[in-house]
Design a protein around this ligand. Sequence first.
Ligand code: ADP
Ligand code: ZN
Ligand code: ZN
Length: 781
Amino acid sequence: MIASVIVDVKSKNVNRPFSYIVPPHLTQVIEKGMRVKVPFGSREVLGFVVDVTMDDESQYQLKPISDILDIMPSLTEELLDLAKEMSIDSCSFLINCISCMIPQAIKAKYEKKIVKLRDNDSINHLFKSKDYIAFSKIKKEDYGIIKKAIKEKIVDLRYDIKDKVNIKYETYLSLNNVSKVSGKKQQLIIDYLKSSGPISKRTLINDLQVTNSTIKTLIDKGIINEEKKEIFRNPYDNISENAIKHQLNSDQQKAYDIIIDSIIKQNNDIFLLHGITGSGKTEVYLNVIEYTISLGKEAILLVPEISLTPQIVSQFKSRFGSLVAVLHSGLSLGEKYDEWRKIRNQEVKIVVGARSAIFAPLTNIGIIIIDEEHETTYKQDEMPKYHAIEIAKKRAKYYQATIVLGSATPSLESYARAIKNVYKLLELPHRATNTQLPHTTIVNMAEEFKKGNLSIISEVLHQAINERLARKEQIILLLNRRGYDNFLMCRNCGYTVTCVNCDISLTYHKDHNRLKCHYCGYEQKAITECPKCKSHYLKGFGYGTQKVEEELIKTFPLARIIRMDNDTTTNKGDHEKILNIFKSKQADILLGTQMIAKGLDFADVTLVGVLSADTVLKLPDFRASEKTFQLLTQVSGRAGRHKDQSEVIIQTYNPNHYSIKFASQNDYRAFFKQEMKIRQLAKYSPYYYLTQIVTTCEDFQETFKEANKIVNYLKEQLSSECIILGPVVPQIKRINKLYSTQIIIKYKIEPNLDKVLESIMLTYQDHQVNVIIDRYPYFVI
Ligand code: ADP
Ligand code: ZN
Ligand code: ZN
């Protein structure tokens, strides 16, 4: 028997499986998807079994597998095949794709043990009196017994992750036998346990104010028992919110019926649920998922970023309780691993999570829902550069499952597909709460300036804020730029302080008196003297959230203001804290960057102010207008969700720009039409597929030279219909010490492209110039 193994070594010569002999004691146990230890060169490395074949071993000079690291495979066959496809699609190594499907915890150092769950003749002799044995102590000839016992749930394989993660235990106390005791405190404990039943030691000590030694005396006397129990870290333990179950309105019901029908028929449909902000998409998701699990099937719900959308998670938790696992990057390694194990052990039916939750090891998926499908967070920016929607399509196909893409502002690509009937369009055109959409005013900031108002807050907005404060209603203000000043400039000679690693000016952060680079993280103490001309006339220009906060405090001295941006949310749980303060009305104004634009539902918000609609519009990206439209629509959608007569005020220097105008009119269709015309003229997505090739190197000449070579090669290899642009140098020439160039390939049908890209990837694998290929590019200049 021979196993093909992908080894955990990321280099050009090893991006293919290697064959190993399966030693006799492993032939009964080995399976695809298992992690194994194999000799590789002079060392032993981790590998994944991708195939097992019966073959005559003697004709090859093969080494045997040293050991297995799983008893049950870490990857299902479906996921393994997906990884293979993904590796081709995303121009990245198979090992990278496999790695992003499994939790960090099992890629790290670990110590495995087999825990006995109940007595059974088949395994008792292995455990003797103990309730667990270290995996390394199990004799190889016993692997078969253990595997069978795991399947029958007699024992379980658990991992103790050294250093990185520990499985958490808590000590529980219970009454063993009731006998007379002398001490008052001791009697108190006994009485307590009599009524409480088994309880954690921590709680008991807390409630009774007794000491450890009193407890120990009772344990020694055999009166009470002590037992360690494994506890799952549950980051959403304290969710008490009771979600109201709404009767679906007619629009919701219609969408629901059509989706359900598709699930029952296993049509493998993709729906685009275009519902305006506040139209009650979440309620549709909840009901669809409820139905799916009643069929015995499983569901995945992807949300852009969980820390920013705590409300949707709590709704799912309160509706489905322990049937839900939550996966996202904000969890600790241990928490993630615990959630993953619950999924792998088939203890949950629903997985809610950010991008990587699309790889949840479910085995009977009925529905995949992707909320806010237009969000860029669904695209992974590191290798492997995959898009969660594309992965969802592959998994849904495998299970004949249904996909629902939901958004108030679908991506142009998705809406275009819906119009062509590739996706099926479902619409929720009204607010579920029957409130009116907010009224929107556009303020031309150039006029403000002419009037002599130099503040970042226009007169109209100023007045509107005052009205809300007087009525004790709440206000959300958006400014998409953190820090204090945008940059610091010498008024004498014009010098600006730039980053040592990037070609970009540093942003002044007043709270710590530091200058920071928002691209590479470099920071330094703020300067008071110009390094060039020694003048002290340094002045900050532009506005960041910190400066606006300061200005708000001065202008509205009685208002309670809370700020949410990357600087105020550095610790785990900070998002929730800020949102809770706002929700419980301990603050009047929530000021923040785009992280406040998504998914929040606060009943008393009746005013949303966008301080500058131009920050996104100015981005050097062909999607700048689309992103502006999305951001404005989303943030406007936070207003008046439960109250009429709410208002949105958008400040801009481009009051006539179509993305701002159509966003203010809530007219997605009009925006779509206009933007499609522009995309067609400029030959961009969705009219053309795009692939981006970025070259980076510390040496500018090298990176440009190699980029040119690549362009020539592409022109040689690809058809004449294919448009190849570049290499161009981006506006910010150097980031993190690296110069970069960009090449764009625009194409409609290019059967040769996969091969061409693969050969480029291999050519530059160990090259001084790094080449990154992106098949779903999101930042295109
Ligand atoms: P979306 O995700 O589409 O922006 P939500 O799902 O957050 O909208 O719903 C907006 C509000 O409408 C929520 O407060 C929700 O509780 C409420 N809602 C949803 N469906 C109904 C319904 N059928 N009847 C009344 N209220 C509803
Ligand atoms: Zn100067
Ligand atoms: Zn930098």
